[in-house]
Ligand binder design. Structure first.
Ligand SMILES: [Zn+2]
Length: 350
């Protein structure tokens, strides 16, 4: 904004819309400046400027004596034992009973079922996950594993991670914002410091790139050197016909050796998530199907889901429970959708 008070005042009087736009732009610039300043300060308090090349020390094997000894030695280097401890563990979210606000609780270690998500994803070109609500696939795969893969270990110039998480790009941008927060103390890993409020693209020093896209058939047109495509919450996209989106993203597997990961919690027998992958009557699907169940998510020291809430739902609404916590594809007539899907609710913007 103009430094001159007189110019500013007359702009406000004569062009109120332009004035508001410039003011908003100023506020965004100020927020970005503050972000970069805080990141620099965090960076200056680091012992050294490098990222640990191991993803998570807790996932190291410990069957033989030698493995046990090695794991102990690695873990003695905490917090420089692994990427996840260096960047900081995820925190359990909970609702404050009195104020009803969402709060962050204590940090939670990563579990073996989360390790299976990463391993199964990396060992299959076509990977599909049917998860219970709140199982943490976005945090583990779309945020942490991809941050590790593209910001820390990738050395291929221009190798890309594409994320589509909803019909609007803003959903994927929201996921990227979590990567930006996670990596805030380590600005040295970027080629260009990302826009902290609207990180549509992330450019890392090692050559890796991440792009937030929409679930639209044209969104990925022209992309090259793609290494990973994640389609998050694909069962819940509000599209009349979502197959063109899948058809637009799948060719990256053949073109550049990408992995494609589709994940969601069942939402009726509809969309490619059902018709191309999870319908048991399909003669075949090229997707490796990975079920993440309530049993494995709750049988850990500190579950990331609210187990009591799941139990309440089981008693109050068994159909909805089967869908949200039982990995079941409930027919519309049996579930929350009523006798049929309301037209318009799943309509796309295009
Ligand atoms: Zn560690």
């Amino acid at each position: 904004m103009a430094k001159n008070k007189y110019i500013e005042q007359s702009l406000e009087a004569w062009h109120p819309i332009l004035y508001q736009e410039i003011k908003k732009e100023d506020e965004l610039l100020e927020a970005q400046r503050q972000f970069e300043e805080e990141a620099k300060e965090l960076e200056s308090s680091l012992e050294h400027k490098y990222m640990v090349g191991l993803e998570y020390c807790g996932w190291l094997p410990e069957t033989t004596l030698q493995e046990k000894r090695l794991k102990k030695q690695v873990q003695a280097c905490y917090p420089y034992c692994c990427f996840n401890h260096q960047a900081g563990l995820p925190k359990r979210k909970y609702r404050d009973q009195e104020t009803n606000e969402e709060r962050e609780g204590e940090p939670v270690e990563l579990y073996e079922y989360e390790h299976r998500m990463v391993k199964n994803y990396e060992t299959h070109a076509y990977y599909a996950q049917n998860k219970i609500r709140g199982a943490g696939a976005t945090e583990i795969l779309a945020v942490r594993h991809m941050a590790y893969k593209y910001a820390v270990v990738n050395r291929i110039e221009g190798r890309k991670y594409l994320l589509a998480a909803g019909v609007n790009r803003s959903v994927a941008v929201g996921v990227f914002r979590r990567i930006v927060v996670l990596l805030k103390p380590f600005p040295f890993i970027y080629k260009i410091i990302p826009n902290s409020l609207n990180p549509t693209v992330l450019l890392f020093r090692g050559g890796g790139e991440a792009k937030a896209l929409s679930a639209h058939p044209d969104a990925a047109r022209g992309e090259e050197n793609v290494g990973d495509v994640l389609l998050d919450e694909a069962s819940a996209w509000e599209l009349v016909d979502d197959e063109p989106v899948l058809k637009a993203y799948e060719p990256f597997v053949a073109k550049s050796g990408a992995h494609i990961g589709v994940f969601g919690t069942p939402k009726g027998q509809r969309g490619f998530y059902w018709t191309k992958i999870f319908d048991p009557e399909l003669p075949r699907t090229k997707y490796y199907k990975h079920l993440v169940t309530l049993q494995e998510v709750k049988n850990v020291p500190i579950p990331i889901i609210d187990v009591a809430e799941a139990e309440r739902l089981r008693l109050e609404d068994p159909d909805l429970y089967a869908q949200e916590f039982g990995n079941q594809f409930i027919l519309p007539s049996l579930s929350i959708f009523g006798s049929e899907f309301p037209v318009g609710e799943h309509r796309a913007e295009f």
